[in-house]
Design a protein around this ligand. Structure first.
Ligand code: 13P
Length: 287
């Protein structure tokens, strides 16, 4: 059932668990995530980055595929189709394409401009019954071979953005996208605690969910995180299972080269990763 992310996140915040956002890249990813959410009776958010949207030939294709698949698979748990790290233009495209949720990432703008653009997009999203996520304090990761350590957001800036009526707020607390470097200092719970105190009931979003140890995830949820984004970990699981299938020569046995067979182990591996995360985040049975 395609819905905005607002209600599922408000429930998660009140119930002290988190809803997983799993990024999609193609049909296999989408199917694996939807089936796992249904099996575990868990709400779920399908994240679409601008790059993945382009790869899938555009947001209209993505929205049409997700809507049809949700219906054909008989998915009854709440599912939000969400733009991940959207630009100003990307947000409008997704509003038009029929997404149910958007993220406007204005973290690279000066705070005044981030506030002005977020404010405008909050109105546009809500007018269309969609939820909106905003970001303060850029979330690092690997860019052109340089690995950033992850910034900590200014709690007062978080409050200014939260006060605009966004439905969820991503704030940097030392988290980064992709794999964490060996010398990573960990999440800054002090920053998270200050942000939570100033933003109250606002569901907070933890990006860069791949590779964060389980105890840190649990503590972050205790301190107000209600949405956790995972992308790289599903990609690694898929690649690993696919490599094993090919290295075992299974693509050369019978019709093992058929994409429905070749992509099956990777798809099952995505399901296993999503299940593990949903159990850790506490969203199982919460649909
Ligand atoms: P990872 O790729 O590190 O899991 O991060 C995902 C994410 O935050 C998407 O916005």
């Amino acid at each position: 059932m395609l819905v905005s992310a607002k209600e599922m996140l408000d429930k998660a915040k009140a119930g002290h668990y988190a809803v997983g956002q799993f990024n999609i890249n193609n049909l296999e990813w989408t199917k694996a995530i939807l089936l796992t959410a249904q099996e575990l009776n868990s709400p779920v958010i399908l994240g679409v980055s601008e790059g993945a949207g382009k790869y899938m030939t555009g947001y209209k294709t993505v929205a049409a595929m997700v809507k049809a698949m949700d219906e054909e698979l008989g998915i009854t748990v709440p599912v939000a189709l969400h733009l991940d790290h959207g630009s100003y233009e990307g947000c409008y495209k997704c509003i038009e394409a029929g997404f149910t949720s958007i993220m406007f990432d204005g973290s690279h703008y000066a705070i005044d401009e981030n506030v002005a653009k977020t404010k405008e997009l909050v109105e546009a999203a809500h007018k269309n019954g969609m939820s909106i996520e905003a970001e303060v304090g850029s979330i690092g990761g690997e860019e052109d071979g340089v690995v950033g350590m992850g910034e900590c957001a200014d709690p007062n800036e978080c409050k200014a953005i939260a006060d605009l009526g966004v439905d969820m707020l991503a704030a940097g607390i030392g988290n980064i996208h992709g794999k964490y470097p060996a010398n990573w200092a960990g999440l800054s719970f002090e920053t998270l605690d200050s942000i939570q105190k100033l933003t109250g009931a606002m569901p907070l979003v933890l990006h860069g969910g791949t590779g964060i140890p389980a105890d840190m995830i649990k503590k972050a949820i205790d301190l107000g995180v209600s949405k956790i984004n995972v992308n790289t970990e599903c990609q690694l699981s898929f690649a690993d299972a696919t490599r094993k299938y090919i290295e075992a020569g299974k693509d050369l046995e019978g019709k093992g080269f058929d994409p429905r067979k070749l992509l099956a182990p990777g798809t099952e591996a995505i399901k296993a990763t999503v299940k593990e995360k949903m159990e850790l985040f506490g969203s199982v049975g919460k649909a």
